[in-house]
Design a binder for this molecule. Sequence first.
Ligand SMILES: Nc1ncnc2c1ncn2[C@@H]1O[C@H](COP(=O)(O)OP(=O)(O)OP(=O)(O)O)[C@@H](O)[C@H]1O
Length: 573
Amino acid sequence: MRKIHSWPIFCQTRPAQYIAFYILYAISALVFLVIEGVFKLQFFSLTDSRVLALLFFIWGHNQIALSFFFASLFNRSRTALVIVFLLVLYSVLISVSSNFIFEVGREFPPWFLIWSPFAFYRALGNLNMMSYSPKLLPYKMSNLTSGDEVFRIMIFPIVEIPVYLGVAAYLSAVLPSEFGVRRPWHFPITEPLKALQRSSHTTTNGGVDPKSEASLAMAAAVNVDETRFEDSDVKAERARINNGQFDPKSPLIVKHMRKVYAGRGGAGPKLAVKDVTFAVEEGIVFGLLGPNGAGKTTLISILTGLYEASTDTGTLAGFDVTADTAEVYKRIGICPQFDILWDDLTVSEHLYFYARLKGISRPEEREAVNIAMANVALTEFANRLSKGLSGGEKRRLSIAIALIGSPKVVFLDEPTTGLDPEVRRLIWNIVNNAKQDKTIVLTTHSMEEAEALCQRIGIMAKGTLRCLANPIRLKQLYGTGFRVYFNSLVDDTPRASAFVESLLPAGWKKVDDFATNVSYEFPAITGLLSNLFEKVEQRKAENGILDWGIGQTTLEDVFVSLISENDANADAE
Ligand SMILES: Nc1ncnc2c1ncn2[C@@H]1O[C@H](COP(=O)(O)OP(=O)(O)OP(=O)(O)O)[C@@H](O)[C@H]1O
């Protein structure tokens, strides 16, 4: 059993796990009882079957609750399994020996019964002895009265069931783990109190607790060193958020988010996200771009409750990302970079599963599933197992999972990586149609995709949000206007470069120099293009140019120039 550390997921998935485990247990207990009945063992044939049924009924519940308790202590399910197996094995051995010491009729120490395997085996020992011993009568239902040892033995495991489950739920919420937001040890008291306070206050910011607003304001003291590579748009965005000049209904508000990782392999702590602050309005696809290691996944993992931030973080659909995770989970959809699907579940079964996880009510779930399938054109595959889907169909199913229940914020992590151009365009259409009443956060390494889908783009590098604007403004700010490129034979490249450079206006920049391909950016100047075109065409052969062209600056050019420049600066930190 895998440890699930996140409290809301614990609460939502454990009842289903509990029932599934109990059904498995009931089947195995029934098989066991039937086999014993077939062999007509005295213990089973003489002991009142209602007593046996009651004992096994209680034992099953107790053992599942106990296994939940142990699973909450260990990160690895295998460790929990081995420990529980050893504990039960030794308990049987100890119980068998203790039955020799404390024969039926002798007082069994009550503290012994606290450990439920001891209690269960003691009860079995008692019933067994009474069915065999010529001096005793087999156990009947009428014997089960207060004062009787079997009765007393049954009480202990019954009382323990809610205790084990309660402790398991508590430990799952407060123990540290790699994933999920850890709750403070006092959360069973403080969270209901906070919820009470919230419901009795009128708030000014989409339901945000004023207390957490105050604490966010305190965190507004920005570390100048951390933010020196931000451009003026990013700084203006921080000021906008600090001053409350944003639509309070914005589904995504990130405030002063910082994340410090403990160092890996002896290295010092790593500041992976540096005071990132922005808000995204409804109906917007927000592109989060950046090179590997920029901090995008960390930022998204904090917003989706997978990692804990090192400071306050902000709100999602009006709920505090760290404090109201249960509410946040109901309002987000996530399409991870790699499809997380079950081979043996059909398309519709996946969607029903996630519909229930998101708390969609039973009468509404069929419609929600149908809409989700229709949105991604998978209706005709409703009953197909996911292992029978192509890569593109699996991706569409993952997107449908993210979109089911119309969440306020959807995170799409590289949704089209590895897909053919046709499927990519299909997915772009899906994303574009889905954005109406929500915010979509898209991470991608494809500038073409960002340009096609995003109304706002933030480019991160080394934990800092470097720029934040719409694609056109980014090109105006960081693109120099036009680009000229050529290729030549290796020996001719210096000559060809010198020739092209002599024709370019002041302010040109070499942006690419790879093998025999060279490209430059240059500012747009009236009349320049026709002159450049004419001269290069006339003299390209004598300067060793095999092929050449002129184009406008793309988002890719912006990305390359911005990141290489700033990363060089940041490296010098
Ligand atoms: N658990 C961790 N412990 C320590 N450092 C980490 C941890 N996870 C990530 N980092 C570091 O934090 C930085 C940001 O990583 P992150 O995964 O957020 O980047 P990213 O922008 O998502 O990169 P990619 O595009 O490659 O997925 C990196 O330098 C990474 O090495």
